[in-house]
Design a protein around this ligand. Structure first.
Ligand code: GLN
Length: 239
């Protein structure tokens, strides 16, 4: 049994980000892996040690300022679980909140969790459009597609990016990097939703979650012809 936690589904759920949870769950169920989903909002308790896949979606500046204080209260518990290999996927607003802070246009500094040593500041230009990045999955370069819409520019410093930008803006439109990966924590600007559009990434996260529990991470093969054709259609239009 794998346990999925969708954190702040009422506040952080832009552009159908919930679809990431649906895709993760569905690809487990197709393989006979039972999954339970917990939806945790501000003020509700959760034991991160029991969670196998933690998901945070995107949100506007307003929504980020509403969940920031609650997230910070969970810092120690989350830090412990991350050190233990918890698989985390955070998109856009959620990604920004894992870092040190997000400085808005109005000069408001919204504190982040500080689990990742990165920061974000609102830029003048909104970065909107389809994206292709190249991600290393188990030593193989994989093209991952998505859609971005953010004004925040994230700088990951010495941390490893999730991938390099082949089309689109990525973290900040300047350094050619997209997202971040730290232990089993993944942050990215890619909505789409990301996982329904990128089955290889979904399976990678499922494998990591199984591995962490000492379960066999080798996944039963599924028929991915439709998913692969969809990725290729987008890649061929953008590259
Ligand atoms: N408010 C943030 C930004 O514009 C995040 C937006 C989002 O999650 N799409 O940078």
């Amino acid at each position: 049994m794998l346990k999925v936690c969708h954190l702040y589904p009422d506040l952080l759920n832009l552009y159908g980000d919930r679809g990431n949870v649906i895709a993760f769950v569905q690809r487990c169920r197709w393989r006979g892996i039972p999954v339970e989903v917990l939806e945790i909002n501000v003020g509700q308790p959760v034991n991160f040690n029991e969670i196998d896949f933690l998901f945070l979606g995107g949100g506007s500046d307003r929504e980020q300022s509403l969940m920031s204080a609650d997230l910070i209260k969970r810092k120690e518990a989350l830090q412990e679980a991350v050190a233990d290999g918890l698989v985390v996927l955070a998109i856009c607003g959620g990604y920004q909140m894992l870092g040190q802070y997000y400085l808005t246009h109005q000069g408001q500094k919204i504190p982040g969790l500080g689990i990742l040593d990165l920061y974000t500041k609102a830029g003048r230009q909104r970065m909107i459009g389809n994206v292709v990045i190249e991600v290393n999955i188990n030593g193989e370069p994989v093209q991952v597609v998505g859609f971005e819409n953010h004004s925040g520019q994230t700088f990951v410093g010495n941390l490893e990016p999730l991938g390099k930008v082949l089309a689109g803006f990525g973290n900040n439109g300047q350094d050619g990097l997209e997202g971040v990966r730290y232990q089993n924590v993944f942050g990215t600007y890619l909505h789409g939703p990301l996982l329904p559009k990128n089955y290889r990434l979904t399976d990678y996260f499922i494998s990591l979650a199984l591995q962490r529990r000492g379960l066999p991470a080798e996944l039963t093969a599924l028929d991915n012809r439709l998913e692969e054709a969809a990725v290729q259609a987008m890649v061929s239009r953008l590259l």
